[in-house]
Write a protein that binds this ligand. Structure first.
Ligand SMILES: [Zn+2]
Ligand SMILES: [Zn+2]
Length: 490
């Protein structure tokens, strides 16, 4: 399950991948420890717990007080080419850090000065620089003080971030940076909630949901919402079937504290969820034993298939301290795995495996209870090991997976970081055997009201700056009512 190198979760996870402790407890403390790093001398008031003040968030990356950002500067200098040299058909690594944005952007000050294009994205890079330092600053992250169980009388609206935060009782955010950080950590849970909820902004009226989509959505919503007019029932006490959410190729998603994921469950007070994180790079709790293989988890630059080629490989998120109810279930699945019954509303299972190797264990599938999500799958990018194939068709990427998902007739939702990124993935479907002609759109490709609003910089080329989960779309295996001689009952 290789995602291409500039896919958003990898970039998200760069900033999320901090040593974590006691992820399941106090949200505020959790996120503080989650984001804080061992670092150089504090800049802020000694004893305040803060490392940087709000007016002290800009550093050239190589001079950052945070070692991981210094490391990132070195990584970019190894792999990113100078854009001015590229125009002259020369590939020269970046060395010079722009004094305005702090990122390594050119081979020399001379070429930095010559490049009139840089001004177009320098401000975004500067914003990203300050956001990365703010995340590590040790300040109190009031934006992560999450609301608890919902007031079932209050109607939740999922039109956009502002309306959701207001109707769910989040504290108001007093600046753009707080909004950006909150959207960055909540984009995964709320992208799921935002599409499945009956008050979704993506509906028939605005032609994002298709007629086929409505049919599928009506089915799964019978296990998410009580009938219109009935009061929502007390959390997790309804007789609804458990809804299984499979997150394929999970990486950063699997590293988010369970409490953040529970915010998704709070949108559906009557429902029961089981979230499955499945992929070769999921985060695992410390109690799960891993096979004794050389640990390359944090190696981010690896040799590519061509001689001398360097690839940036996203690191696997680090191990986390287990929740008291976490159990090792590796024996059951045959792969390193854990399960955590977190609350009455939501349970989690993580399996470090290729999805195709565990698919059959979850059969039978039911469109009334099961749904798949794949954040930034990179279907349309070349496969690293089979450069003549796109990842949608590659045997070691999504080739064996998507036809199996379509067979289940359950919905599959996908995200991308820009219109071009999504278009590339959508077009790739027509090139893959077992996929082309075998699916219907349930959600037309377009923007996602719950995308991250924080800019993420691509280490491969700092000119590429993206917002994870900018867009969302969905498909489902084609119904063949007549040809197959039975009526599919959705
Ligand atoms: Zn140059
Ligand atoms: Zn700059």
């Amino acid at each position: 399950m290789h995602r291409p190198n500039l896919k958003s979760p990898q970039l998200v996870h760069c900033a999320l991948a901090r040593p974590a402790r006691r992820l399941q407890h106090s949200q505020t403390r959790t996120l503080l420890s989650w984001l804080r790093r061992k670092t150089g001398p504090p800049r802020a008031e000694p004893g305040s717990g803060k490392l940087l003040n709000a007016d002290d968030l800009f550093y050239p990356l190589s001079q950052s007080p945070f070692r991981d950002l210094q490391h990132r500067s070195r990584a970019i200098k190894e792999i990113a080419p100078c854009p001015v040299c590229l125009e002259e058909d020369k590939r020269v690594a970046v060395r010079h850090e722009c004094a305005e944005c702090g990122w390594p952007t050119h081979c020399s000050e001379h070429h930095w000065h010559d490049d009139k294009e840089h001004a177009k994205y320098c401000a975004r890079l500067r914003e990203a620089n300050e956001d990365e330092h703010d995340l590590r600053s040790g300040r109190h992250f009031h934006e992560f003080d999450m609301p608890g169980f919902p007031d079932t009388e209050q109607a939740i609206s999922l039109m956009n971030w502002d309306v959701l935060w207001y109707t769910r009782g989040f504290k108001s955010f007093n600046n753009e940076r707080s909004r950006r950080l909150a959207s960055k950590v909540l984009t995964y849970p709320f992208s799921i909630g935002g599409v499945l909820h009956q008050n979704s902004a993506l509906n028939l009226r605005n032609q994002r949901l298709t007629a086929e989509g409505l049919r599928s959505m009506t089915a799964i919503r019978t296990n998410l919402h009580v009938p219109t007019g009935s009061p929502e029932q007390i959390m997790g006490r309804s007789n609804f079937e458990k809804v299984r959410i499979f997150i394929l190729g999970a990486r950063a998603e699997s590293f988010l504290p369970f409490g953040l994921w529970q915010q998704m469950a709070f949108l559906f007070p009557s429902a029961n969820f089981h979230v499955y994180f499945i992929g070769p790079q999921i985060s695992l709790p410390e109690l799960v034993t891993l096979p004794a293989t050389p640990d390359q988890d944090f190696q981010t630059i690896v040799d590519g298939p061509a001689p001398g080629q360097k690839l940036w490989r996203p690191p696997t998120p680090p191990r986390v301290h287990p929740h008291p109810r976490t159990r090792d279930v590796s024996q059951y699945y045959g792969f390193p795995a854990y399960t955590t019954p977190f609350s009455r509303l939501i349970a989690f299972t993580g399996i470090r495996a290729l999805y195709q190797d565990v698919h059959e264990l979850f059969a039978p599938f039911d469109p009334y209870t099961d749904v798949f999500f794949n954040f930034s799958p990179g279907f349309g990018f070349p496969s690293p090991n089979h450069p003549d194939l796109l990842q949608i068709a590659s045997p070691d990427a999504w080739g064996p997976v998507v036809p199996k998902l379509l067979e289940t007739k359950c919905m599959l939702f996908l995200t991308g970081f820009s219109p071009a990124d999504i278009e590339r993935d959508v077009r790739s479907l027509d090139t893959a055997e077992g996929v082309a002609g075998e699916f219907d759109f349930v959600l037309t490709p377009g923007d996602n009201p719950f995308g991250s609003e924080k800019w993420e910089v691509n280490d491969f080329d700092p000119r590429v700056i993206i917002k994870p989960n900018w867009g969302i779309w969905g498909i489902r295996g084609k119904r063949r009512d007549i040809q197959d001689g039975y009526v599919f009952t959705l």
